[in-house]
Design a protein around this ligand. Structure first.
Ligand code: TMP
Ligand code: ZN
Length: 422
């Protein structure tokens, strides 16, 4: 199949309509990061160009190609992992969303990209009425089984109107790590505007582009992540769609994220100082000019080379290497660093949907952590580095027996029992 039939090349900026783009990085053609495959001897995989450009008007960083969401999301391999880091984070998000802008007791919460419904359960437990919207049919089934009502749809203006009609206006519309996956942001924001109650709040959690650039998190670039947002870019976007950014909070999850609260322009709330403060930090980091992006691309090249050389060097010295966490960013990392089954024996992952499959592009087999623990490697490449603290604590026994981890970004770092103790 000509994969370009199922991908759209970006021309105008989805935020401001601009057409003056700076090339940032290009990783060639890569398969979608969650397209885990059955192990088979010869596979023709669909690959799509993976490259980032930056709009010189509003400084949205965008992928050059948008893969058809029907391909990426209808059956989805990423289910919210059972992780203390994520559970604590979701409880925190539920708490701030309830208190920051006075969410009414018993109010109505709609979540976009609600996955298996773990986040919504935290709201349910606090006595709120909830509804999820998620296109992944396999995940909707799980959410419903757990008592979280979920529409198996993409969220757009039509879905929003249907929800408002059938369930009433929402006091909170929440989207955690989903807004950057959306191409038609105008359609979604139209929907949000029509769904929100007059004093309602729209909250999104997205990776902060400043953290991504500073900490060289180039492996978070994959086909699902169409946009890499600065606060300033979101202010521009929302202004164009009758919404106003009210408050922004930095959060440590997924390599550095921001929780961005917004309300209707006609609503009762006024912006808080955090909005200006974070825009100022973006300005001070040079992110409104070309140079910062050129430097980012150079530093990415260095890390790519260092990581490939380190892992190949370890293998050449006879050490057994495996991946830890078959994360979507792990798929990018291995594909763009030229590491595959030649270097990594396997990759362990807690997600049953991924176990028994092979990773896209590089075809490293995925197994359960239990299986991995029976014959652990000398070195684990930590592909789920956003859970480093939790995983290193959980694997204290492995480290104690001489096992080691490599944390790949910003620069490859070897962690052993001794370096942990130091
Ligand atoms: P995420 O960074 O997109 O949440 O993906 C993390 C992946 O790593 C996911 O497939 C689950 C997996 N994982 C493990 O295998 N072990 C762990 O301890 C954790 C926290 C995640
Ligand atoms: Zn733009």
């Amino acid at each position: 199949m000509n994969t370009l039939d199922s991908a759209r090349q970006v021309t105008a900026c989805r935020v401001c309509g601009g057409v003056d783009w700076q090339d940032v990085v290009s990783f060639g053609s890569v398969p979608p990061a969650n397209a885990f495959l059955e192990p088979a001897p010869a596979y023709e995989e669909d690959r799509y160009p993976l490259a980032v450009i930056s709009c010189r008007s509003c400084r949205l960083m965008s992928l050059t190609h948008v893969v058809d969401p029907e391909i990426l999301y209808r059956t989805y391999a990423y289910a919210t992992p059972a992780s203390d880091t994520i559970n604590d984070h979701m409880r925190y998000v539920a708490d701030v969303c309830r208190t920051r802008f006075d969410l009414p007791a018993g109010g109505f919460v709609v979540e976009l990209g609600s996955n298996t419904g773990v986040q919504l359960r935290a709201f349910q437990e606090a006595g709120l009425r909830v509804l999820g919207v998620d296109p992944a049919r396999n995940l909707v089934e799980v959410a419903e089984r757990h008592g979280v009502r979920t529409l198996p749809e993409f969220f757009d203006a039509d879905t929003a109107r249907a929800v408002a009609r059938d369930h009433g206006r929402a006091d909170l519309v929440l989207g955690r790590h989903v807004f950057a996956h959306i191409d038609d942001v105008a359609g979604v924001l139209t929907g949000v505007r029509e769904l929100l109650a007059p004093g309602g709040v729209f909250a999104i959690e997205v990776p902060w582009a400043l953290d991504m650039v500073d900490d060289l998190e180039f492996d978070t670039i994959y086909h699902e992540h169409l946009s890499y947002f600065l606060v300033r870019t979101l202010v521009t976007l929302y202004e164009r769609h009758g919404l106003r950014v009210l408050d922004v909070e930095r959060l440590p999850v997924h390599g550095g994220s921001i929780l961005v609260f917004a309300g209707l322009e006609s609503g009762p709330w006024r912006p808080r100082p955090s909005v200006r403060e974070l825009c100022d930090r973006e300005e001070a980091a040079g992110l409104f000019g070309d140079d910062a992006y050129r430097r980012f691309a150079e530093r990415v090249e260095t890390t790519r080379r260092e990581l490939r050389d380190l892992i190949r060097g370890q293998v050449a010295e006879g050490r057994r290497v495996a991946g830890y966490g078959a994360s979507a960013k792990g798929v990018t990392l291995l594909n763009v660093c030229g590491l595959d089954g030649g270097e990594l024996e396997f990759c362990s992952d807690t997600t049953p949907l991924k176990q028994g499959k092979v990773m896209p592009g590089v075809h490293v087999p995925v197994c359960s952590p239990k299986r991995a623990a029976q014959d652990p490697p000398d070195l684990y490449l930590l592909l789920a580095w956003n859970y480093a603290e939790e995983i290193l604590a959980k694997e204290a026994g492995y480290l104690g027996r001489g096992g080691r981890f490599v944390i790949p970004v910003p620069r490859p770092l070897i962690v052993s029992g001794e370096t942990r103790a130091a």
